[in-house]
Design a protein around this ligand. Structure first.
Ligand SMILES: Nc1ncnc2c1ncn2[C@@H]1O[C@H](COP(=O)(O)OP(=O)(O)OP(=O)(O)O)[C@@H](O)[C@H]1O
Ligand SMILES: CC(=O)N[C@H]1[C@@H]2OC[C@@H](O2)[C@@H](O)[C@@H]1O[C@H](C)C(=O)O
Length: 371
């Protein structure tokens, strides 16, 4: 009988690092047994940033994928050591890899996540599943977001309207009406514009606790202009990324408003993240309690959490930590769950979310050589 233990690995659009989680699917409620985060090595982060701006060579692409895969392998081996487990005790790894380009709307839609699943299977000795998004795309879907099915499995609540909000580099929501069908989509920027702007002006990777943003004043005309971005008005299914919300996009908005102090731009970008999320939330029925469960790195920003609650006085706004699910590792756990689904020959996508024509078994399986 195969083990109920799975490992999920996620490195997301913020390029902050690698999240890994050990999840047990022995019972109806998945249990996160261990997790760890390692910062992305600086040279690799810089090379990935270059890649994500589209200027690269196939040689660089191949080498970055190999270097990144070696980092994933190191994380798996560290986790096995930390938990005193052998590779044979893990049924499979679900590794998202690193998205370097996501283009679901172009003439020939595609999405590209870098990871060499063969290398992970060979070097960890654990069956490894990668390439989760493209089966959904093969059926006409966006290929993202994929976490809503997992959110439904662990957060759905029969007595209240639950929205799960991931604030990563990009923000995405999952709508879980009581006893209703799950929907979800990317709302737009999460931390990525905030990160890019503080990196440009202060050389920091991110605005810890939103301190810099809190020292600025929101520039209302700039905010109103940014909120007119077509993406925010688009009807779901929809997904986005740094292909749209990047420094070039920001500088295009700023060109209409010269001389805004950098600190006020940071304050305005935080308000843009919050208001673009709030404007895309449904208005729950008055008699149904509503809860917003926040995860991802943005859940660690007290100013974002405070502004969300201020703009949503009728909602209970909290983090998934308050529901005993570590807000830093929800995405990593989701990819352990997606691997579990695939190994059970069950679908991982939600067609109502991605627009795919059907539910589908996701991923490419790289079997460990345990013969
Ligand atoms: N203490 C903190 N204060 C403010 N921001 C924080 C803090 N901790 C993390 N963050 C923000 O969270 C970001 C990382 O979030 P996360 O790991 O969820 O993103 P990701 O998974 O890479 O993105 P995505 O979900 O879009 O793929 C950091 O880049 C930073 O902007
Ligand atoms: C193409 C891609 O990597 N998209 C990410 C990104 O990061 C957040 C949001 O945009 C989400 O749609 C998605 O990741 C999560 C894990 C998802 O697929 O649900």
């Amino acid at each position: 009988m195969s083990s109920s233990l799975y490992i999920g690995i996620m490195s997301g659009t913020s390029l902050d690092g690698i999240d890994i989680a050990l999840v047990d699917f022995a019972t109806a409620q998945p249990q996160m047994l261990a997790s760890q985060f390692s910062p992305m090595p600086e040279s690799l982060r810089q090379d990935l940033t270059q890649l994500m701006q589209g200027n690269t060579t196939l040689q660089q692409l191949g080498e970055v994928e190999h270097r990144l895969s070696l980092c994933y392998i190191e994380e798996v081996n560290k986790l096995l050591t930390q938990t005193n487990l052998s590779p044979q005790q893990i049924t499979a790894i679900g590794c998202h890899g690193q998205t370097v380009w996501h283009a679901p709307q172009c003439e020939f839609p595609f999405t590209m996540q870098l990871v060499d699943g063969n290398l992970l299977a060979a070097k960890t000795g654990i069956t490894t599943i990668t390439d989760f998004r493209r089966k959904d795309m093969a059926y006409g879907g966006q290929g993202a977001p994929l976490v809503p099915a997992f959110h439904q499995a662990i957060f759905a609540h029969s007595a209240c309207f639950t929205v799960v909000l991931n604030i990563g580099g990009i923000s995405n929501i999952t709508l879980l009406p009581p006893n209703g069908s799950v929907t979800g989509y990317d709302t737009g920027p999460g931390n990525t514009l905030l990160d890019n702007w503080i990196q440009l002006h202060q050389g920091k990777r991110f605005d810890e606790n939103g301190i810099w943003a809190s020292q600025g004043t929101v520039h209302q005309a700039l905010l109103d202009h940014c909120l007119r971005e077509h993406y925010f008005q688009q009807r779901p299914p929809k997904s986005t990324g740094r292909e749209l919300f990047n420094l070039s996009w920001l500088q295009q908005q700023l060109s209409h408003f010269p001389d805004i102090p950098a600190v006020d731009v940071q304050a305005t970008l935080l308000e843009l993240t919050v208001q673009s999320i709030v404007q895309q939330l449904p208005i729950p029925e008055t008699h149904v309690p509503a809860q917003l469960l926040v995860c991802g790195g943005g859940a660690r920003n007290p100013l974002i959490m405070q502004r969300l609650q201020a703009l949503l006085p009728q909602w209970q706004v909290c983090t998934t930590d308050d529901k005993d699910i570590d807000s830093d590792f929800v995405e990593a756990a989701a990819f352990a769950w997606l691997a579990y689904q695939t190994m059970q020959h069950q679908p991982g996508n939600v067609p109502e979310v991605t627009g795919a024509s059907r539910a589908a078994i996701l991923g490419a399986i790289h079997l460990a050589d345990t013969f």
